[in-house]
Each structure stands twice: as C-alpha cells, then as structure tokens.
Design a protein around this ligand. Structure first.
Ligand SMILES: *[C@@H]1O[C@H](CO)[C@@H](O)[C@H](O)[C@H]1NC(C)=O
Ligand SMILES: *[C@@H]1O[C@H](CO)[C@@H](O)[C@H](O)[C@H]1NC(C)=O
Ligand SMILES: [Cu+2]
Length: 411
C-alpha cells in the first residue's frame, strides 16, 4: 500500500497540471469583447473538465481515491436564457414544489420556517455571520447550491441541473428585458411595482466607513406578474438595506414568521457598474491568491467596490434580495450564487494545483470580516447545512466540482 502513495501523488499532480486552463491574453474594457472572451473561457473549461472525466487513466485514479463523478452523473449547469421553455418551466415548478412542502426545521427553532424552501433560508440566516467575508464563503455557498439543486431533484422530481444568471449578459440587455426578469411565465417574475421618488441606497455607513451610494431602481414594490407573483416570503427581514440608508429589521427576531410579498427593485446601473463582463473576467484572471480573489468578489466595505457578488444581489434588489441574511428567500438567489460559483470554478481551473487543493485554496477567518477576531479557516473545517440537508462535509471535499460529493460543470 505504502509503495502506491508516491504514484498516486504523481498521478494527481499530472491530472491537475494537464487540466490547467489558459487565461485570455488580456481583459477587454469593451463589454461585448469581454463577454466573448468569457464565453470562450467557459467553453474551454467545460471541454477540459469533461475530457478529464472521460479519460480511462483518471477513471482508475478515481476508483483508487473513491471519487464517483462520471459523465453519466454529471449535471451541466447552463445559463437561464439557454434553457428551453419546458426546461425553464420544469425548474420553476420544482421551486414551487419545495415551497409547498412542509419545513423540516422544528418550529421551536425557527417559527418562520414554514416550507422546505424556508429550511434553506433559515440555515442561511442562522449562519450568516460565519459564511460571508470568511474563508469558507465559496465552499459553503457551493455546497448550499448543490444541496438545493439536489432537493429539487430528489424531493420535487426535477431532472435538470441548477441554472445560472449571467450578469455579463443582463448588463448588456437590461434586467427587465432578460429571460430571468421579464415577468413572463418562464421568468422568476420581474420588477417590483414602481415606487416613485426613492432616495439613493447608502450601504455600510453603520460601520463608520464612507457609505457606498447606489441609485434607486425601477421598481421597489411587490412583483406584479409571473410565477412568483403570489409567493409568500416567510422569514426576515434581518438586515434589509432600504433607500435612504434605512435598515429593515423584524423586531420579533431573525427566525420569526413575517409573511409578506416578494419585492424587487431592478437596478441596471448596479449590474452595469459592478457585474459587467469586464468585472467578471477581471475577477477570474487577475487574482493570484485566494485572498485577493475573495476580496475582489465580495468587495471591501468602505472602498466603493462590492464585487460581482454584491453587484448581482443589489441589482435585483428588493426584499429579501438586499438582506445579507435572508437573500436566499428570493428564488433568483440560487441562479446568482451558481454564477458566483462559476467564477470561482473558472478561477480555480486556471491553477488547479494551488486553487483546487491544499491550504492555499482558501483564505480568511471564521467570522465575518474577522469580527470578532477568529482563527483562520482551514480546508479541514466542515460545512454543515443543518435542516437544509446534506451531511456535514469538509471544505477540502468541496474544492473540486467533479470530486467528493459533487458532480457538475458549467457551460
Ligand atoms: C442554528 O445553529 C445552531 C448552532 O449550529 C444549531 O444548533 C441550530 O439548530 C441552528 N438553527 C437552525 C434553525 O438551523
Ligand atoms: C465595468 O466593470 C469595470 C471593472 O469592475 C469597471 O471599472 C467599469 O467602470 C464598469 N463599467 C461600467 C460601464 O460601469
Ligand atoms: Cu450567502
């Protein structure tokens, strides 16, 4: 057995280096050119990862190391606009199915968690201060979206993969014209009802930092059409950013029941400024360490930047979209976080030996912005999704999307 170990290590290294993706030579400032580069990179990544799954040599390696992701099990996550109408309807129906099933979370723990969909929201609220601006941010949300996608499949008969929101595309088309937010039967419902004369958003001023000022969007009220027009948001708000620097909080507590409509405030200016094709490509190509990658993705409060992650959240806006605790209460959250995960996946593929394995693949501590101060995250730390589902899983088993419990790629 001992004799085999160096061979295994060598084979793993060879597999890792054979898989490295080439970055584009430059990051164009022109949105259309940057989008082209991004799509070329995405296609190359898809081809490399699926080719690796086909190789008989790596099949042997997978057997020895216990991996079980095969081409036949692979879930191919696609951009929402590329799905057919019936694929879109199947996904939306599965989400509505989760929203119609009873919660597994005991009501003593979270009285506001009424449905299986809410189990995910309650878990996210409960752990928010330990999963954002922390070293586990990417691995936690990767597993979270995977378990949500799995629940849609195993509990609601969905047979497809988790779709994603390509912000680079909506930055060009406008949100309200996009297949995600056009308000049609195959969208996630569209904008909220228009509320006039909204002041700007002012974010982060509470920390004593210069606030980030963002323009108001084109909605603000309850969504007016589409599949989620009658959806009931049960949990929150916990820390909802509202126009004029106000923050919405449910005084009954973070997990109390507070039934209300789904609101949106689509804001193209935020999408275009923070999550255009150039910003996405820069986040993939420029960072050489996990620390820089995380900082670019989430932004630094007070710096005037919120990253593509913040850009997507604040561009959809509304309630619970602009609440860091309750944001998974808007079904578009999962398309947004699949897109965040796709950026991480592409960045990882540029250097799998340092970004998809080992200590250098994570950076940060176990508390939000290290407040209060905490120990560094390690790849031995567990991601535990509580009543949402799954088994507690180490970060090191979540670094590769075609290994450990995971089996998916993006196209
Ligand atoms: C919140 O987290 C604590 C500590 O991990 C856990 O015991 C509790 O069950 C969680 N509550 C919910 C609603 O998930
Ligand atoms: C697009 O993103 C880049 C990088 O984040 C940013 O510098 C630029 O201002 C953005 N473009 C627009 C039109 O806001
Ligand atoms: Cu989150």
């Amino acid at each position: 057995m001992r004799l085999n170990l160096p061979f295994l290590a060598l084979a793993a290294l060879q597999a890792a280096s054979a898989m490295a993706l080439d970055p584009p030579a430059e990051v164009p400032n022109d949105p259309a050119e940057a989008l082209q580069e991004l799509e070329a990179l995405g296609e190359a990544a898809y081809l490399e990862v699926t080719a690796e799954l086909e190789e008989p040599a790596s099949k042997r390696l997978r057997k020895r190391t216990g991996g079980s992701c095969t081409l036949s099990k692979l879930r191919v996550r696609r951009e929402w606009g590329s799905l057919t109408s019936s694929q879109k309807t199947a996904y939306i129906n599965a989400v509505k199915c989760l929203q119609s099933k009873s919660a597994l979370t005991p009501s003593e723990l979270a009285p506001g968690a009424k449905t299986r969909f809410d189990d995910f929201v309650a878990t996210h609220i409960n752990q928010t201060l330990h999963i954002h601006y922390t070293g586990n941010f990417h691995a936690w949300h990767r597993y979270y979206v995977w378990i949500y996608e799995t629940a849609l499949r195993t509990e609601c008969g969905y047979t497809g993969a988790q779709p994603y929101w390509d912000w680079a595309k909506t930055a060009i088309t406008g949100l309200a014209n996009s297949p995600i937010f056009d308000g049609s039967a195959t969208s996630f419902s569209g904008d909220g009802a228009f509320i006039p004369d909204k002041p700007n958003l002012e974010l982060g001023g509470g920390l004593g930092l210069p606030p980030l000022v963002l323009p108001p969007g084109s909605g603000g009220g309850c969504v007016t059409s589409g599949p989620f027009v009658d959806m009931v948001v049960n949990l929150g708000p916990v820390s909802l950013d509202l126009p004029g620097g106000l923050v919405g909080v449910n005084p009954d507590g973070p997990l109390a029941w507070n039934p209300r409509c789904l609101k949106r405030d689509l804001t193209d200016a935020i999408n275009q400024r923070f999550a255009n094709a150039t910003s996405v490509l820069k986040n993939i190509v420029l960072p050489s360490t996990a620390e820089v990658f995380n900082t670019m993705m989430e932004g630094v409060p007070g710096s005037g930047e919120m990253g593509v992650h913040g850009g997507g959240h604040y561009a959809m806006g509304g309630d619970p979209g602009r609440d860091v605790f309750v944001s998974p209460g808007d079904p578009v959250f999962y398309l947004h976080h699949a897109a965040v995960d796709r950026v991480w996946w592409l960045w990882q593929l540029l250097s799998p030996s340092t970004r998809m394995q080992g200590a250098s693949s994570v950076a940060g501590t176990r508390t939000m912005m290290n407040m209060p101060p905490s120990d560094p995250t390690t790849i031995e730390d567990y991601v535990d999704l509580g009543f949402a589902g799954g088994v507690p899983t180490k970060i090191k088993d979540l670094l590769k999307t075609t290994g450990g419990p995971l089996c998916y790629v993006y196209l």
